[in-house]
Structure formats: structure tokens, C-alpha cells
Ligand binder design. Structure first.
Ligand SMILES: Nc1ncnc2c1ncn2[C@@H]1O[C@H](COP(=O)(O)OP(=O)(O)OP(=O)(O)O)[C@@H](O)[C@H]1O
Ligand SMILES: [Mg+2]
Length: 343
């Protein structure tokens, strides 16, 4: 299939400020400073530029796969506008949700965690009132991000809403693994690039604030033609003025790697879309993207959603379930996470 490869026409800084949220929203200086020990071992955020592409299906089943490997997993429905992860797991209307934590009805995150019926897999159901999302203030978001970083679990999985608002992107970029779900069709691929770009520039802004190199990056990003430069060009510009800052920036950006999951693949060619997207991204931005693998379109996947059951439990031998298990294994291999002997 043909991928949208046209170069972005606007200056990147303008892109970063036009992501759908108030442009005045401050950028926090990196994840809140909690010690590594206090953090969940790994955070996985599942995002995508579009609605209805399987983000919740992937989140729920990845949670099941990791829990079945013997790890403690906490799933968080961070789709602030349309929470429904509990339904994918067959959990009825939860008594406590993220709303209670945000509204301070429940002071501690632990008070809004509910069991899922799957051993070692628990859930924080999403805010039921969409108004909560619209009203999520910067300070509330920071509190939530910070609290999530301190949650006790081997893996924390954040199911994000569609789109590129700061409320979504800030959860995505705090993760160790930013999983970008994409369908093998041009509209979805286009949205995936938009999402990746939004995440990349938000991360860059965050680093500017963190390292006090704001003006350098700003000027390096804005070319005379107003078109986008590759990461290599940006670093070259920064290096001329601040070699130490450029080195730090390079290290951090190398660690910021988006991981693609192609969902609903129908043909063999669809299975290669992840590789094509990753190489186009590398060509234009000079940044690596991982292709974690593809999940076939599978009738068992939607049947399971209708039954409100994870396909991994309902039909563990189905192509979709097996593909999600492979993706979970890849993530565990990347992390070097030892799997407990007796799950
Ligand atoms: N691999 C697949 N094969 C067949 N159907 C699938 C597959 N993945 C997802 N679906 C179907 O797509 C629907 C949408 O999936 P899901 O709710 O996970 O999307 P989403 O991206 O979370 O949507 P939203 O943006 O609304 O939160 C599911 O109800 C399911 O029926
Ligand atoms: Mg969803």
C-alpha cells in the first residue's frame, strides 16, 4: 500500500502547539522525580491517532498475557472521554473509578483498583463522566501521572483515548513503551504519523524545559523555509551552540522509541505495513521506530468483545490471541523481564 510520505509543511514548533489543547499548557520537566524502586517496573501506554482501531482490545489482552506470565499487572483506563476498558474485561460497572480519585472522593489510587477475575490482573476503570476529561486540569493531570508512576505493579498498562490532545500525549510519552496501534489503511497510517509527531515534539518540548535549552531547540527546529528537519539536523544546530546539551538531547531522544502494533491485518502485505511505516519515519525524522508485529483481523476478536471477554481467555488459540501473546513476549524480551517460575 502507498503510505502518506509528504513532508509536513508547517514549522514543527507550530505543530507542537496546535495539538488540540490550550497552547498555553505548560510542559512538565520530564516524569516526576520518583526513585526507580518506587515505580512500576514498566509502563506500557497504548495509543493511536484514531478511534475504534483496537487500542482497548490490545490493552486488555496484553494485560491478560502478561498476567498469565506470572506478572502483576495494573490496567488503567486512561481514555478520559470514552472509558470502556472494563467492558472488554467483563467487569460490571465498577463502584470506584478514576473519577473518584480525580474528584478526591477517594484519596488513594489503591482505593479505586478493582479485580478483573483474571489472577494478577487488576483494573482502574475510567472516568465515567466525560466532563471529568474536559475539566482535567494541568495540576490534576500531573497528580495522576505522578501517582501512576508510584503504582505497585510489574507492569502498568494505560489504555489511551483516540487523538493527539495533550491529555493523551502526556500519558503516552511518560511510558517506557509507547505502543502505537495502526490499521493497514492510509487514513489510519496518516493519523499514526500525526500521533507520532505530536508525541515526538511534546517530548522535545519536555526536554527543553528539563535541560534549559529552550531557545536552542526552538531555533534549530525552525528552518528558513519553515519545513521540518531531521533529528540529525536539529542536533547539529544545538551542538554548535551547546555541545553538552546536544549530547544529552541525543541520548534522551534515542531512548524515545515508539513501538508499532499493526491491527486487523487482512492480507500478507498488511503484515509488512509496520516495517514500511517505521522506515518512512526514519527517513523523515531520523528516528527509529520498532515494529512489534501485526495482529490479523480475526472474527474471534470481535466475538470476544461482544461477549465482554478477552479473546486471550475466550479463544487462546485464535490468531489474534496468539499474535498478542507474541507481542507480550517481545516486550518482555526487550525489558529482560524474568518470568516468575510458578505463575
Ligand atoms: N484484530 C481484530 N480483529 C477483528 N476485530 C477487531 C480486532 N481488533 C479490534 N477489533 C474490533 O474493533 C472494535 C474496536 O476495538 P476497540 O474498542 O479496542 O478500539 P479502540 O481503539 O479502543 O476504540 P476507542 O477509540 O473507541 O476507544 C472491537 O469492538 C472489536 O470488535
Ligand atoms: Mg478504547
Amino acid at each position: 500500500m502507498r503510505l502518506p510520505m509528504s513532508k509536513p509543511s508547517r514549522a514543527p514548533q507550530a505543530d507542537a502547539r496546535a495539538l488540540g489543547s490550550p497552547s498555553s499548557e505548560p510542559v512538565h520537566a520530564g516524569p516526576p522525580g520518583l526513585g526507580r524502586r518506587e515505580r512500576p517496573r514498566r509502563i506500557i501506554a497504548v495509543g493511536g491517532g484514531k478511534g475504534g482501531i483496537g487500542k482497548s482490545m490490545v490493552s486488555a489482552n496484553l494485560g491478560v498475557a502478561l498476567a498469565q506470565s506470572g506478572l502483576n499487572v495494573l490496567l488503567v483506563d486512561a481514555d478520559l472521554g470514552g472509558a470502556n476498558l472494563h467492558t472488554c474485561l467483563g467487569v460490571g460497572q465498577p463502584e470506584a473509578t478514576l473519577s473518584d480519585f480525580l474528584r478526591r472522593n477517594k484519596a488513594r489510587l489503591e482505593d479505586v483498583i478493582v479485580p478483573t477475575g483474571v489472577p494478577r490482573l487488576s483494573l482502574i476503570a475510567g472516568a465515567q463522566d466525560a466532563l471529568d476529561a474536559a475539566n482535567l486540569k494541568y495540576a490534576q493531570k500531573q497528580k495522576l501521572l505522578k501517582t501512576l508512576l508510584g503504582a505497585q505493579a510489574d507492569y502498568l498498562i494505560l489504555d489511551l483515548g483516540a487523538g493527539t490532545s495533550f491529555n493523551t500525549i502526556d500519558f503516552f510519552i511518560m511510558a517506557d513503551h509507547g505502543l502505537l496501534v495502526v490499521l493497514p489503511e492510509p487514513t489510519s497510517v496518516e493519523n499514526a504519523y500525526r500521533f507520532a509527531k505530536a508525541a515526538f515534539f511534546r517530548r522535545l518540548q519536555q526536554m527543553e524545559a528539563q535541560y534549559g535549552i529552550q531557545d536552542l531547540v526552538d531555533s534549530a527546529l525552525t528552518t528558513r523555509e519553515g519545513s521540518l528537519r531531521t533529528l540529525h539536523d536539529v542536533l547539529e544546530q544545538v551542538r554548535r551552540k551547546d555541545p553538552v546539551g546536544a549530547e544529552r538531547l541525543e541520548r534522551e531522544l534515542a531512548a524515545f522509541r515508539i513501538r508499532l502494533v499493526v491491527n486487523q491485518a487482512r492480507t500478507d502485505a498488511d503484515l509488512n505495513v509496520g516495517t514500511a511505516v517505521a522506515s518512512a519515519w526514519k527517513k523523515f525524522f531520523g528516528i527509529d521506530m520498532d515494529d512489534l508485529g501485526a495482529i490479523r483481523y480475526d472474527d474471534e476478536a470481535w466475538r470476544a468483545v461482544r461477549k465482554r471477554r478477552p479473546v486471550l481467555i475466550e479463544r487462546p488459540d485464535s490468531p489474534a490471541a496468539l499474535a498478542i501473546q507474541r507481542i507480550a513476549s517481545r516486550l518482555l524480551a526487550i525489558d529482560g523481564t524474568p518470568i516468575p517460575a510458578t505463575p
